[in-house]
Design a protein around this ligand. Sequence first.
Ligand code: ADP
Ligand code: MG
Length: 321
Amino acid sequence: MSRGEFDIIRDYFRRRAGQREDLLLGIGDDGAVVKAAGELAWVVDTINSGVHFPEDAPAHVVGHRVLAVNLSDMVAMGADPRWALLALTLPVAEEAWLDDFCDGFFRLAGEAGCVLAGGDLTRGPLAATVTLLGPLHGRAVTRAGARVGDDILVSGTLGDARAGLDIALGDGAPADGAEAFLLNRYLYPAPRLALAPLLPRYAHAALDLSDGLCADLSHMLEASGVGAELSLAELPLSEALAAHAPEEARRLALAGGDDYEIVCAVDPGQREAFMAAAAAAGVSLTRIGRVTDDKELRVLDEAGEPEPLPGSFRHFGDHDA
Ligand code: ADP
Ligand code: MG
């Protein structure tokens, strides 16, 4: 490191870490101490340069992203993300890069109300790991509670981030407003923080979308021992995606990753109250299908004909492991 590790921790991380009364001991000792009562949720996610973000991504994109993907997991559990740990591996310690990283990280931490309680700093290929800890809003929302007859709801719009990734991997320069929107959706995933307290009240099961709707929903269906029928025409598409890739938009919505939207299974009798509460908190929810009892995922087109899906998404529970 070109500067002392402890100077960096003090100047960049400790200075901006934030404070909460329930963080009894923060950055500077061998470990952090928090005050908690009851059940907590605990998540960790690593992002690696060239794997989870482009090698030339700006530092604030990296800082935002490593926190955003973890916040999204906490939201999907119905948990309040209060305390973060950050392990950062850097090839070199450049002040401008660290500043920019911290801008991305702490802006989102402020929005989410979480503080940085500690971390680690090492030299090596660029990678960042965050772990978040915090109390449940009532009960844990798992992948396993979906019931036959539930409505399947999804937040926001689907497929935008996958289209944005192509723009980032191209020349990275958006050609118009639609491309700028899509690129932004990829670079700055927006965890649906407002849903965290609502999911335990309204949802039987939930998860966040990192690998794509079919891939991720299949995890919920498998964990719940059920199937689902989705309607292609109901998938929520942004105007930008519909304009940018009219032919491909629905395929991107089904299979594209990195959206970090929330999918959940909700009793039909609760659907309207949930949608109204989410809308009041600034999140749009769309009904995209229903839970079925046949352990298959089917997507129907406008004519009611099954849309072909990659085989691995179709059947659940047919194997022992
Ligand atoms: P130790 O050698 O005991 O593991 P470190 O030298 O790694 O301690 O860290 C010293 C202190 O600085 C600890 O409180 C640790 O949590 C904090 N810290 C280290 N790196 C970071 C970071 N990237 N962000 C926030 N806090 C950090
Ligand atoms: Mg120590």
